[in-house]
Ligand binder design. Sequence first.
Ligand code: PAF
Length: 275
Amino acid sequence: MQIHTTIESLRAARARAGRVALVPTMGNLHDGHIALMRQAGEHADSVIASIFVNRLQFGPSEDFDKYPRTLESDCEKLEAAGVKHLFAPTEKVMYPQIQHYHVDPAPAQVSILDGEFRPGHFRGVATVVLKLLNIVQPDLALFGKKDYQQLMVLSNMVRELALPVEVVPGETVRAADGLALSSRNGYLSAEQRAEAPLLYSLLTRIREAVRAGDHDFLKLETEAMNTLTERGWKPDYVAIRHRADLQPPVHTCDPLVVLAAARLGATRLIDNLEI
Ligand code: PAF
């Protein structure tokens, strides 16, 4: 695998790489990322992974400084997954000066759910992803469904700005006990790790209830929020939403998704399940 730290080197390699699939990441790779790399390989001649911990998408009290940076082991995993090129720019390469131009996603899409609790987060994500797409110019780009709202924001950005790239979603990969894989799971103590699958089991319970015909969404959401609070979590939201725009559902026959975010100790976990 070739590691490119400059835009020039990456672009020169990209020009010879045929049909390219980009998998943008912030590193600390787990099996969920690797599944995306393998899926990418099925659609393209070459997979380009990127690793960049993007300061712009972290709030002032968030975990930018302590976000795990594990380049060496990430490279081993990427090699094993058959990735040909890694773009691992420094901060100076991505942001040589203060970034004055940003992508502002539609307020209706980023004032809700995670956007409500992480102001500016999706602006930072959309800005860095537009920049990565411009640098790499891939034919397709893959993003996991674990970050469901991120996937929606980025798909809409690509469509509304007519970017010449296809967005391909990847399924969430889970541990055997149901916990969605995430780089932030590494922050959990052994006790918290044993408690963490509760989030998935509550989402599963809601999915089964809705599938069985229970359409009292407010009751289902409130019950799950209460269970999380009783078990010592600090939930931000549990919300049954329309899949396409993540707004509250108007018709119960619409394709739905249930999303949740909650803090377990100092660690904020998010998850979702399509219903
Ligand atoms: O999902 C992530 O890891 C990040 O938000 C992304 C898409 C790589 C942008 O920094």
